[in-house]
Design a protein around this ligand. Sequence first.
Ligand SMILES: Nc1ncnc2c1ncn2[C@@H]1O[C@H](COP(=O)(O)OP(=O)(O)OP(=O)(O)O)[C@@H](O)[C@H]1O
Ligand SMILES: [Mg+2]
Length: 255
Amino acid sequence: MEKEIVKNPIITCENVDIFYGNVKAIDALSLKVDRQKVTTLIGPSGCGKSTFLRALNRMNDFIESFRISGRILLEGEDIYGPQTDPVQIRLRVGMVFQSPNPFPKSIFENIALGPRLNGYKGDLEELVVSSLKRAYLWDEVKDKLKENAYSLSGGQQQRLCIARAIAMQPDVLLMDEPTSALDPISTAKIEELILELQEKYTIVIVTHNMQQASRIGSYTAFFYQGRLIEFDKTSKIFTSPSEKMTEEYITGRFG
Ligand SMILES: Nc1ncnc2c1ncn2[C@@H]1O[C@H](COP(=O)(O)OP(=O)(O)OP(=O)(O)O)[C@@H](O)[C@H]1O
Ligand SMILES: [Mg+2]
């Protein structure tokens, strides 16, 4: 019998298959994501990590050949259900990409634009300030909110993108290799930020960096060729994995 690792999940995936045309990218995946924890997705290139991550907020809908079966429940609601509005799902499940992708606008506007378009009723300025503070960026940008976001360093741009995602007040934040384009100091800052953010948000993050996965993850899922090979507490995965393949991957014997 499968042991119950996550008892009170925010996301439950049941027997999910994902295809691009005739190619199966995710095979019979069942996985639960614990709330207000960091779940890291690891595995060699092409094993389906990004495909699975994007399925969690219906970002794959934009790919024409994409098809999914099985169920993904967010707080019990089938996110691919006929009544479900993908736009609402993407508001509840935000995303941060591998390369920082701020809008070519001011630092202030990068945060304010989404909430404004979405009819935010509160104090927009306050929301910008609190989002920048929560992303540990405020001190670095408070005197230049009107400057273009491209004037920031890569690491600052990535924290701006995290602030932008936070400003939409999501429940879940998806991050696909958010530090792979950054230097070690910026990476450390983002890792620290992720650990802080789990007090409020559920985070699912893809990483190729095993140290990073072990530093920030509460849970780790190891993927191989579209299958979930092993899922467990991160401490268990990195000290005594149940599957030989997991051990070989985390010790760098393949990948
Ligand atoms: N838009 C797409 N159209 C067709 N096939 C795709 C598409 N995106 C991914 N695939 C295929 O799906 C499989 C899984 O790819 P995916 O990008 O999810 O892997 P990944 O684990 O994120 O890899 P990496 O670590 O290199 O980012 C691969 O075989 C890939 O070629
Ligand atoms: Mg990927």
